[in-house]
Design a protein around this ligand. Structure first.
Ligand code: HEC
Length: 109
C-alpha cells in the first residue's frame, strides 16, 4: 500500500501544469518507477480523477464538452495542449495522455 500511495503522489505532483519541467531527479525516478508499477488504466484513472473530473464529471460525460469517453489520443493532446479556449492547458507526457485515453475508452463499456 505504501508504494501505491507514493505512486499516486508522484502522478499528482507531476500532472500539475508547470511542475513537470521542474521535476527533481527524485521525482523523475519516482515517475519511472511508478510507470512500471501501475497499469495504464490505473495511471489514467489517477490522472483523470486528479485533473479532469471537476469539469468533465466522474463518468466523463458532463460539462460543455459532453461525453468524452470515446476520445482518441489526438483529441486529448489537442484539448490538454491548450487547444480549447475554455479548458486549461496541462503538461502531460505522451504516456500520460495515452493512459487517459485508455481509461476513458474503458469507461464506455
Ligand atoms: C476547467 C474545466 C476543465 C478541466 C479541468 C478539463 N477540461 Fe477538458 N474541456 C473543458 C471544456 C469547457 C471543454 C469544451 C471546450 C470547447 O468545446 O470549446 C473541454 C474539452 C475537452 C475535450 C475535447 C472533447 C471533444 O470532443 O472535442 C477533451 C478530450 C478533454 N476536454 C479532456 C480533458 C482532460 C483529459 C482533462 C484533464 C487532464 C480535462 N479535459 C480537464 C473543460 C475542462
Amino acid at each position: 500500500m505504501k508504494s501505491n500511495f507514493r505512486t499516486a503522489l508522484a502522478f499528482v505532483l507531476l500532472a500539475q501544469p508547470g511542475l513537470a519541467q521542474e521535476a527533481t531527479p527524485q521525482a523523475v525516478a519516482l515517475q519511472d518507477a511508478a510507470a512500471q508499477a501501475v497499469s495504464p488504466h490505473d495511471m489514467g484513472r489517477l490522472l483523470f480523477e486528479t485533473n479532469c473530473v471537476a469539469c468533465h464529471g466522474a463518468d466523463a460525460n458532463e460539462g460543455k464538452s459532453g461525453d468524452i469517453r470515446d476520445v482518441d489520443f489526438r483529441t486529448v493532446r489537442k484539448a490538454t495542449g491548450g487547444g480549447y479556449e475554455d479548458m486549461p492547458e496541462f503538461s502531460l507526457t505522451d504516456a500520460e495522455m495515452q493512459a487517459i485515453v485508455s481509461y476513458l475508452n474503458a469507461l464506455k463499456s
